[in-house]
Design a protein around this ligand. Structure first.
Ligand code: AMP
Length: 218
């Protein structure tokens, strides 16, 4: 299956994507994770991306689309993938459609994770992520690790993303509303959107998503 996950920052895209990708045996492709890997390896792309990410802005389309395309062309993505954080505007969505149609492929579903805005802000402000694996996500009050600053899953160091500061989060939400939300209408016109209420336990949201995908696949 070829799936796109959309939703505001803090909707739980990364967490859900990790579970769904595992259940569906397809790679989880997160452009945010790819940029963060470039930043920690201090590549030129990483330096460029960081200057936008730190402000909460989108990294320019040209480099983002090239990076996403390169990842989607890897052998493990031949039979499907779950995109998390890409596309993030209509130009990227059009580029993705073009990329897929050249190969005679198309998307199967777009899952739209819906979370109220005040909840999103609370989630992001307390979010702590493992340095070893961005799917190991904790929260200082909702899901506190047993030992402060240490990942329960692998013992890695937990950190707060630079762009999870309150000021940057406000910009990211604004960018989401103005640039990313229009892709939902774009995909609605293709009959691909399934809205998933994303409040509640992680497992419940995963189950809702899996049920929705099974319906789409039927
Ligand atoms: P995420 O981990 O998905 O929340 O992404 C973190 C940041 O990476 C975003 O706020 C953007 O600055 C950048 N980013 C990730 N994906 C994209 C994309 N598809 N287009 C442009 N910028 C992106």
């Amino acid at each position: 299956m070829r799936i796109v996950l959309v939703g505001p920052p803090g909707a739980g895209k990364g967490t859900q994507a990790a579970f769904l990708a595992k259940n569906l045996a397809i790679p989880h492709i997160s452009t945010g994770d790819l940029f963060r890997a470039n930043i920690s390896q201090q590549t030129e792309l990483g330096k460029l991306a960081k200057s936008y990410m730190d402000k909460g802005d989108l990294v320019p389309d040209e480099v983002t689309i090239a990076m996403a395309k390169d990842r989607m062309e890897q052998p493990d993505a031949e039979n499907g993938f779950l995109l998390d954080g890409f596309p993030r505007n209509v130009s990227q969505a059009e580029a993705l459609d073009e990329m897929l149609s050249t190969e005679g492929m198309k998307l199967d579903a777009v899952l739209d994770l819906e979370v109220p805005e005040d909840e999103v802000v609370k989630r992001i402000a307390g979010r702590r992520i493992c340095r070893n694996d961005s799917a190991h996500v904790f929260h200082v009050s909702y899901k506190a690790p047993k030992q402060e600053g240490v990942c329960d899953v692998c013992g890695g160091e937990l950190y707060q993303r630079d762009d999870d500061s309150e000021e940057t989060v406000r910009t990211r939400l604004e960018v989401y509303h103005t640039q990313t939300e229009p892709i939902i209408d774009y995909y609605k016109a293709q009959g691909l959107v399934v809205t998933i209420p994303a409040l509640g336990k992680v497992e419940e949201v995963t189950a809702r998503s899996m049920e929705a995908l099974a319906r789409e696949d039927a």
